[in-house]
Design a protein around this ligand. Structure first.
Ligand SMILES: Nc1nc2c(ncn2[C@@H]2O[C@H](COP(=O)(O)OP(=O)(O)OP(=O)(O)O)[C@@H](O)[C@H]2O)c(=O)[nH]1
Ligand SMILES: C=C(OP(=O)(O)O)C(=O)O
Length: 264
């Protein structure tokens, strides 16, 4: 999927071997985990803008935009050759949309019914499921589901540059958040035999998404890819606010998001 005219500085592209020390993962052995929360609660920061556009904050309208951004993120991943994709969500509409698009949907326990909840718990649950289900996977990607300008070209580059024996991550535009976190499943210390409530192995690496997640991932030993933030503007533009949406629009939105915005 190549909808965005993202400038890539050829001088800034690192040869694969410098960072990875081995061949890059074949995209077909990468498992990607996404998470989308309940559509009625999602994107509350966008609500004001959407309410102006559609005369009242209509959660259905907001939900369509969330679904569209999720589908554009998935389309960009697929264009990069990533086919093992699972989304964790407590929302039936998200799961139904996933089914229709041949994405595996994993129902998440409704809020309040589990001792662990929130984005990191959802990501962890999806990662365990992916590890058990796609056992020959070599790499795990946690990807934010609100990247409507994401291009396959950027995902391909990121996969080429992920470090082989450590986790790697890409920050958002301002450098404080995380849009993508990578872990090698071949790195044995990432895996632990301890049983979790679902009776499966627990990933010994906890995603630390949330406020200041870039610092949290750095502190946990993950390698920041392109720390100068000169590349992958399309991936770095997660959409939470009207300003983010304008920035994504400037870069080039995916087809689903363009269509959803048309109905606002
Ligand atoms: N499955 C799941 N996804 C979540 C959960 N919390 C957040 N997410 C997803 O993680 C991403 C970032 O979430 P947040 O920044 O907390 O919320 P948001 O919906 O993006 O925006 P705000 O409502 O404005 O905070 C979004 O794609 C959410 O749908 C959760 O508890 N479960
Ligand atoms: C959860 C995160 O982002 P946001 O809240 O901006 O979606 C994050 O950057 O870790």
């Amino acid at each position: 999927m190549e909808h965005s005219a993202v400038e890539v500085d050829p001088v800034d592209i690192h040869p694969v071997d410098i960072n990875r020390g081995a061949a890059p993962p074949a995209a077909t052995t990468v498992a990607a985990v996404l998470a989308v929360k309940n559509l009625h609660r999602a994107k509350s920061r966008l609500a004001a803008t959407l309410s102006t556009a559609s005369e009242g904050d209509d959660p259905t309208t907001r939900g369509s935009l969330v679904l569209a951004m999720f589908l554009d993120t998935v389309a960009a991943l697929r264009g990069a050759g990533v086919t093992r994709i699972v989304v964790v969500s407590p929302d039936d509409e998200v799961l139904a949309t996933a089914r229709r698009s041949d994405i595996h949907g994993l129902p998440e326990a409704p809020a309040g019914s589990s001792t662990t909840s929130g984005l990191n718990a959802a990501f962890g649950y999806g990662a365990r499921w992916a590890h058990e289900t796609w056992q020959e996977s070599t790499d795990l990607l946690f990807v934010q589901a609100d990247l409507p300008a994401a291009t396959s070209a950027s995902f391909i580059e990121v996969l080429r540059e992920t470090p082989h024996h450590r986790s790697g991550f890409v920050t958002d535009r301002d450098g404080t958040g995380t849009v993508l976190l990578h872990g090698s499943l071949l790195h044995k210390s990432l895996l632990q035999g301890a049983a979790d409530p679902h009776g499966s192995p627990v990933l010994d690496w906890t995603p630390r998404f949330g406020p200041d997640s870039a610092a949290a991932h750095r502190a946990a030993g993950a390698v920041e890819l392109d720390p100068g933030r000169r590349r992958w503007a399309d991936l770095r533009t997660d959409v939470d606010t009207a300003t983010d949406l304008a920035a994504a629009h400037e870069l080039g939105l995916g087809a689903h998001t363009i269509e959803a915005l048309r109905h606002l």
